[in-house]
Design a protein around this ligand. Structure first.
Ligand code: OGA
Ligand code: NI
Length: 225
């Protein structure tokens, strides 16, 4: 998303599609080739939707909460955005990033990593740590919306992607989140005297996310009380 002439662009080509709900798909932007692209992405999205439900229920149970407490904030139609990331080889890999440091604006993100080429790093205790490739495994991270719903217990990690001069890299990120324009907030059971409410009720829109991202700010910082 280009919002200003001054922003630093990422070394990546992206195809960003709304996968769910189906009535928000803008099929005129979906590739015709391969011919079964639509069928496969639809099937993949509905399976990832099941993964989303299992993970959100498990996160709730791990805090001794009622298992639907996060899913209840999804509203009537969950939203899922598919982002196909292509990182071409880069002649100056030390000068640019594939994706600048950011945390995802999703509830959770399910990432299908490149099978051979590493690139993803996350910030842990002020150090960049490489995320390994595990064959046939999905990489799942919490996004800002679960950090807010869990009143800060689950952290939405800051991550970035580096590029290299030899190999191209391809990944597919599925951003799972509540219905568009649905406002979300910390669940009741997680606001206590010892742990007061940390975040306002907010609505995460794409616009809100990218405005902050391109200015190097974390959208979640704008949600803190
Ligand atoms: C993203 C992202 C990581 C990757 O698309 O938000 O962090 O490895 N992608 O492509
Ligand atoms: Ni990300």
């Amino acid at each position: 998303m280009v919002l200003s002439e001054n922003q630093t662009l990422d070394w990546t080509d992206r195809l960003y599609l709304t996968a769910l709900p189906q009535d928000q798909q803008r099929l005129q932007f979906w590739p015709q080739n391969p011919t079964n692209f639509r069928e496969i992405l639809d099937e993949y999205s509905s399976k990832i939707q099941l993964v989303n439900e299992v993970v959100l229920k498990a996160l709730a149970r791990s805090l001794n909460l009622e298992e639907d407490c996060f899913l209840n904030q999804y509203g009537t139609t969950a939203k899922m955005q598919a982002r196909f990331n292509y990182y071409p080889p880069c002649p100056w890999p030390e000068k640019v990033l594939g994706v600048k440091p950011h945390a995802d604006g999703s509830a959770i993100t399910v990432l299908l990593q490149d099978k051979e080429v590493e690139g993803l790093q996350l910030l842990k205790d002020d150090q960049w740590v490489g995320v390994p490739i595990v064959p046939d495994a999905l990489t799942i991270n919490v996004g800002d919306q679960i950090e807010i719903m869990s009143n800060g217990i689950f952290k939405s990690p800051v991550h970035r992607v580096f590029v290299n001069s030899k190999n191209e890299r391809m990944t597919l990120a599925m951003f799972c989140m509540p219905q568009t324009e649905k406002d979300i907030g910390p669940v009741d059971g997680l606001i206590t005297n010892e742990r007061p409410r940390l975040y306002k009720n907010v609505t995460f829109t794409l616009d809100f996310f990218f405005k902050n991202y391109q200015q190097g700010r974390r959208p979640i910082d704008a949600c803190r009380i």
